[in-house]
Design a protein around this ligand. Structure first.
Ligand SMILES: Cc1ncc(COP(=O)(O)O)c(C=O)c1O
Length: 343
C-alpha cells in the first residue's frame, strides 16, 4: 500500500461547515461578524500586483518588528505561521520525538489529537474536571502540551495561577493557544516572556479578533531557542506576500480591533444573560462564543431546529459536550434572530 498506515487509519479533523447560502446566519465557526480594519482594504487596493513576481520575505521581519512592539519582546522570540494551525503542526514536529507524546485537555480544540495521529505519536489527553474546570495530576508528563486558553469549546478561562504553576513544573514544551485571547479580561503572554519559563510559548491568531480568518495568519511568542527551531523546519515561504501586507495593515490598527472586541463582548454578555434567564446553563465565557446547554439538555434537537431555520451553530456529540451548543457571538441583530428562534 502506498499510503502510510497512520494516514490510512487517520480520522481527519472536520472544520465547521462553510455554507454558500448568504441567507444563513453563521454562528458555527467563531468568525468575527464585523469586517476587518479599513486599513486592510486600503493596503489591498494600494498593492502592486507586479510585486507578486518576487518571493516574499522568508522571515517576515517587518511583521515581527510590529508584533515585537505590541508585546514588548525581541524579534527572535516571534514566529509567524500560515494560520495558527500551521504553528501547531510545526510544534508537533519540533518538540515531539518519534516515541514522544502530545498532551491536551478534553474537551479542547479537536485538532490536537489529529495532529498527534498525523505525527504517529501517543495522545495523552487530560479530562477536565466537573463543569470543565482545571484538573491535572501532579505526575502528568508529555513531550508537548497544547492548551487552549480561554478554552474551546467551553469558552472558559483556566485559572492563571494553575497555568503558571503547570508551566513551571512541566518538563516538556507548553503551547498556550490564545486564539480567543483578545476577548478575555487578561491573558498569559507574560508566561512566554518570563525569564525562568524556558518551555512556554503563547500563540495568537488574526482569525478571530482581527476578522481575518480568510487570510491565514497566526503567530507565536516564546524563548528564542524554541522559536528558532520552528524557523528551521518551516516551509521556505510559509507566509505569502499578500498575507504579510494585509497582516501588517491589520496589526497597525489595534484600536479598530479593540472596538470590535468591545462590541462582541457586550453582545456576549447580553446573549448569555438572556439564555440564563430562559433556563439555559451557560459557561462563563471569555471568548467570542458561548457554550450553553438548553434547559432539557437536548442540544442536538435545538441544533437541528436552528439549522432548519438557517441559523448554524456547532454541536459536538459525546459524553462531555453532548448537552451543549457552541454559539459564536455575532452582531446584535444576529443575537436577536437567534433568541427569536429559541422561544
Ligand atoms: C483553539 C484554536 N486554536 C487555533 C485555531 C485555528 O486558528 P487559525 O485560523 O489561526 O488557524 C482555532 C480555530 O478555530 C481554535 O479554535
Amino acid at each position: 500500500m502506498i499510503i502510510c498506515k497512520n494516514v490510512q487509519a487517520l480520522v481527519a479533523y472536520t472544520p465547521g461547515e462553510q455554507p454558500k447560502d448568504p441567507g444563513i446566519i453563521k454562528l458555527n465557526t467563531n468568525e468575527n461578524p464585523y469586517p476587518p480594519s479599513p486599513k486592510v482594504a486600503e493596503a489591498l487596493q494600494a498593492f502592486d500586483a507586479a510585486r507578486l513576481r518576487l518571493y516574499p520575505d522568508p522571515v517576515f521581519l517587518a511583521l515581527r518588528q510590529r508584533i515585537a512592539e505590541i508585546h514588548g519582546c525581541a524579534v527572535q522570540q516571534i514566529f509567524i505561521g500560515n494560520g495558527s494551525d500551521e504553528i501547531l503542526a510545526l510544534c508537533t514536529r519540533a518538540f515531539v520525538e518519534n516515541d514522544g507524546s502530545v498532551g491536551y485537555f478534553e474537551p479542547s480544540y479537536s485538532l490536537y489529537p489529529v495532529l498527534a495521529d498525523i505525527r504517529g505519536v501517543e495522545r495523552r489527553p487530560v479530562a477536565l474536571g466537573a463543569d470543565f474546570t482545571w484538573r491535572m495530576a501532579a505526575d502528568y508528563e508529555a513531550s508537548l502540551f497544547l492548551m487552549t486558553n480561554p478554552n474551546a469549546p467551553t469558552s472558559m478561562q483556566h485559572d492563571k495561577a494553575a497555568v503558571a504553576a503547570f508551566c513551571r513544573a512541566f518538563r516538556g514544551a507548553v503551547l498556550i493557544d490564545e486564539a480567543y485571547g483578545d476577548f478575555a479580561d487578561a491573558g498569559c503572554m507574560d508566561l512566554a516572556l518570563a525569564e525562568g519559563n524556558a518551555n512556554t510559548l503563547v500563540m495568537r491568531t488574526l482569525s478571530k479578533s482581527f476578522s481575518l480568518a480568510g487570510l491565514r495568519f497566526g503567530y507565536v511568542i516564546g524563548p528564542a531557542d524554541l522559536i528558532g527551531a520552528l524557523y528551521k523546519i518551516k516551509d521556505s515561504y510559509n507566509m505569502d506576500m499578500l498575507a504579510q501586507v494585509v497582516g501588517l495593515a491589520a496589526l497597525s490598527d489595534l484600536p479598530y480591533m479593540r472596538e470590535n472586541v468591545r462590541k462582541i463582548r457586550a453582545t456576549r454578555e447580553r446573549l448569555g444573560a438572556e439564555l440564563r434567564r430562559r433556563g439555559w446553563r451557560v459557561c462563563e465565557s471569555q471568548t467570542n462564543f458561548l457554550f450553553a446547554s438548553p434547559p432539557d439538555g437536548r442540544a442536538e434537537k435545538v441544533f437541528d431546529a436552528l439549522k432548519a431555520a438557517k441559523i448554524y451553530v456547532r454541536y459536538f456529540p459525546g459524553p462531555a459536550t453532548g448537552e451543549y451548543l457552541r454559539i459564536t457571538v455575532g452582531t446584535e441583530a444576529q443575537a436577536d434572530a437567534l433568541l427569536r428562534h429559541l422561544v
